[in-house]
Design a binder for this molecule. Sequence first.
Ligand code: FPP
Length: 253
Amino acid sequence: MSVDPAISPRSGHTSGLKIPGHLGVIMDGNGRWATARGKPRTEGHVAGVRALRRLVELCIRYGVAHLTVFSFSSENWSRPHEEISFIFALLRRFVATDLESLMSNNVKVRIIGLREGLDPSLCRLIDDVERRTADNTGLNLIVAFNYGGKADIVQATRQIAAEVAAGRLAPSAITEDTINRALYTSGIPDPDVIVRTSGEQRVSNFLLWQGAYAELIFVEENWPDFDENSFLRVLEAYSARDRRFGGVGTFKR
Ligand code: FPP
């Protein structure tokens, strides 16, 4: 497994680094991190939440406008029941105990994904944190929970089909923007970068439509070990990419 050659050791300065407007992160490797330390997998998820807090602080400090993290996929339901319950409890705790610091840091929270199948009390908690942080103007923290990129496209298609069936929308009037507006991420710009930790090199159903032109950056460390050095290496790799969006020019946007 090779890591992006553009990723070099921390340079010690950040001038000249391009800061992505929207960073997406697949926080992978919690289980392996824990197993390597002889701990239960759940300890890896606890350490994963610490790493998430660290990343939120880094995004605020470096001026990333939108951060989307993949914290529970629609495919994760195949895990043991105890592990699923544990991750759900972590989300509850994160939302409840971090609300104060998210508010004081001006963070706006949005939780995207399928609400069906979630406990009504969890849905109320999610609604509550979204409502309370709605007027914040700093970092947009988007937590993808019970999320799948294909499921997102399905729910968007259903909304659009209903509009067509009701006679309010002509099929010929459907554009990319119609779909953008129907997705869970409506109003949020597409990710510039998608990072995946733990050495795996897959997108795993994360922001499939939205990530069409995202730079993919794969790093070796497991998610709980992702720190400021890792973050800076990601910024360095991103800064070195030539984004052409299908054209021939150099980095724009
Ligand atoms: C991937 O590691 C991680 C997850 C499936 C869950 C991510 C969850 C967190 C970071 C904590 C929860 C945070 C919130 C806000 C709910 P893995 O378990 O797939 O690791 P492995 O591939 O090594 O088994």
